[in-house]
Design a protein around this ligand. Structure first.
Ligand code: UT7
Length: 330
């Protein structure tokens, strides 16, 4: 049995936050953000109190309507987010209740920017081992509510956006779909990117000192993350291709996690692949973490960039560090 992406859809909240909007809140500029990251705007839930489960419901309903797929035929859900609605329980069960997916199993994945790759990988294994036939794979994120929208936070606040992607991974006996998945992590780098609070380690939920040190906001050593990303993206792409006896020339499209357009360009240069073989939409959405690969894949399909029998590579790297790739024959 093989698994293939039957279809995919995405949803972003209505409110747009442009670079000019951000430059009114902190010491930054449209020019700095565009030159250093490629981002022009991102979407935000603003003050709507929507969580990743809500964005995921909207993306999933779009998907099910598009496919005319009956939700009672979904066997399992894998839900990836690094910004869950609540501390406990995971967003998966909140999503399940909102979708009315009675009593099926739901698994939460917390692998940051690599979340969608990890989620697809788990779903693929459940299908290949013939446990389930149709799995809903979600990558959903609400980043903008935890960002530090003043001068101290400008190194991260300009990068992230909100959104969700929902994908139906289904069983097929045909020789197509996910060929392999390759997952990695390196916990030596946990301090380079993450949000420490809320934390179960400390008795006080958060102290004034912690707030002063901005521990409840995402912290990142941008240059270090950049350096590792540029190394790990190509490495895990090549690992996946070699596993399948494929060469870079065989690949029709690479869809990388949208972290920074400069990272994408550096990876592309390192591998020597042409512009038309690498998908980018970071200018519109910023970094939507677990949702980014799914949103990019949806847009690539909408723009007819993927055809039957094409080899497509999905790849991501982020906090943890976690990284991975998925090699697909479409
Ligand atoms: O999804 C995976 C996780 N994230 C990533 O992959 C992100 C990886 N890192 C990056 O994308 C880049 O490192 C950043 C976009 C975050 C930063 O770009 P950079 O070229 O590495 O800049 P930098 O951190 O070295 O900062 C250069 C200068 C500094 O000023 P000085 O020290 O040279 O005076 C920063 O204070 O730019 C300043 N700066 C800003 N200026 C205007 C930092 N953020 C901003 C800002 N606006 N938003």
């Amino acid at each position: 049995m093989n698994s293939y992406i039957k279809d995919i859809a995405y949803y972003v909240p209505e409110q747009i936050l442009t670079n000019d909007d951000l430059s009114k809140l902190m010491d930054t500029s449209d020019e700095w953000i565009k030159t250093r990251t490629g981002i022009s705007q991102r979407y935000t839930v603003g003050n709507t109190n929507l969580g990743p489960s809500d964005l995921a419901v909207n993306a999933s309903n779009k998907l099910l309507n598009k496919l005319k797929f009956d939700k009672s035929d979904i066997d399992f859900v894998v839900f990836a987010t690094s910004t869950p609605d609540y501390y406990v329980p995971g967003s998966g069960s909140i999503f399940q209740e909102k979708m009315g997916l009675d009593n099926i199993g739901v698994l939460d994945i917390r692998q940051g920017c690599a979340g969608f790759i990890y989620a697809l990988s788990v779903a693929d294994k459940f299908i290949k081992s013939e446990v389930y036939k149709n799995i809903l794979v979600i990558g959903a994120e609400v980043q903008t509510t935890q960002l530090d929208f003043d001068d101290e936070g400008r190194g991260t606040a300009v990068l992230f956006g909100d959104g969700a992607a929902a994908c139906l991974l289904s069983a097929t006996s045909k020789e197509k779909g996910i060929l392999s998945t390759h997952l990695h992590s390196d916990g030596r780098f946990i301090k380079e990117l993450g949000t420490e609070y809320p934390s179960s380690k400390y008795k006080d939920i958060i102290t004034t000192e912690d707030v002063k040190n901005r521990k409840h906001h995402i912290q990142m050593n941008g240059r270090e993350v950049f350096k590792h990303a540029v190394r790990r993206f190509p490495e895990v792409i090549i690992e996946g291709l070699e596993f399948n006896n494929l060469k870079l020339d065989d690949v029709n499209l690479v869809i990388p996690h949208q972290a920074n357009y400069r990272i994408t360009q550096a990876v592309q240069k390192k591998l020597g692949i042409s512009d038309d073989k690498v998908f980018s939409n970071i200018h519109k959405y910023g970094n939507t973490t677990a949702a980014s690969v799914g949103i990019a894949l949806t847009e690539a399909l909408e723009q007819n960039k993927i055809n039957k029998n094409d080899y497509v590579v999905l790849v991501a790297f982020g906090a943890g560090f976690y990284w991975g790739s998925v090699i697909i024959k479409w």
